[in-house]
Design a protein around this ligand. Structure first.
Ligand SMILES: [Zn+2]
Length: 204
C-alpha cells in the first residue's frame, strides 16, 4: 500500500515552509540542519535536541505520545490514567532519564513537560489535522490524530567543558522506542547522532 507515502506527499505546504524540505526520507538522515522538530512523528522514533549555551546545557526531547504512554488520546480508563500519571512523573525526574557526565557538574535548573495527549489539542504546533478537510487518510495507527510529548531540561554546569557523554535511559522505560535521533550543538561540535536500542551512550 502506498497510502502512507501518499499521505506524506500531501502534507500541507505550510508545514514545509517552516521546516527543511528533506522531510519524508528524513528519519535516518544525518545531514539535516539541527533542531528540526514537530513534524508528523513516527512511532518508535524519538528526537533529542541537545545544545550548549555558555555554561548551560539544554535538552529537548520530542516523542510520540504512543512511545511514552502507548496511546494518543486522553486517558479514559483507570489503567490509562495510571500509566499516564506514572510516565509523566517519570519525565519530570530528569535524573532517571539522563545521566550527564559527573565531571561536568551539571545541575538541573528547570523542567518543562508538555503533552497533547491529555488535552484534546492534538499537535497544535501544526494544525493540519484541523485545517485541512481533505486529510482523510488513516494510517496504520489507531487514530489519524497524533499526540506528542515535549520535554525540556535546562541544566547549569560547573565545568561544561568536561561534558562529552550523556547516558540516556529512555529505552529502559519507554520500551516501544527503537531509535533516538540526536541533534547536538556545542561550542565545539555540531552533529547528528543516532542511537538504536539498546545503546545508551551519547558521546561526542
Ligand atoms: Zn502518533
Amino acid at each position: 500500500m502506498n497510502a502512507s507515502l501518499l499521505r506524506y506527499a500531501l502534507l500541507p505546504l505550510s508545514l514545509y515552509s517552516i521546516m527543511s524540505f528533506a522531510h519524508d526520507d528524513a528519519a535516518h538522515q544525518t545531514s539535516e540542519p539541527a533542531f528540526r522538530q514537530h513534524q508528523a512523528h513516527v512511532h518508535g522514533v524519538v528526537t533529542y535536541n541537545l545544545a550548549q549555551d555558555g555554561d548551560d546545557f539544554l535538552v529537548e526531547i520530542s516523542s510520540p505520545g504512543h512511545d511514552v504512554v502507548g496511546f494518543e488520546h486522553p486517558p479514559t480508563s483507570k489503567e490509562e490514567q495510571t500509566i499516564y500519571q506514572q510516565r509523566m512523573a517519570l519525565l519530570n525526574a530528569p535524573d532517571k532519564i539522563l545521566t550527564l557526565l559527573p565531571q561536568a557538574q551539571c545541575k538541573i535548573e528547570h523542567i518543562d513537560v508538555n503533552d497533547t495527549i491529555a488535552n484534546d489539542d492534538h499537535d497544535h504546533d501544526h494544525d493540519h489535522d484541523h485545517d485541512h478537510d481533505h486529510d482523510h487518510d488513516h494510517d496504520q495507527n489507531e487514530s489519524h490524530q497524533h499526540a506528542s510529548v515535549n520535554v525540556q531540561y535546562h541544566y547549569h554546569c560547573g565545568n561544561i567543558a568536561q561534558l562529552n557523554t550523556i547516558t540516556s535511559h529512555w529505552f529502559e522505560y519507554f520500551t516501544t522506542t527503537q531509535t533516538l535521533n540526536i541533534n547536538l550543538l556545542t561550542d565545539k561540535v555540531q552533529t547528528q547522532l543516532e542511537l538504536s536500542k539498546p545503546d545508551q551512550q551519547i558521546q561526542w
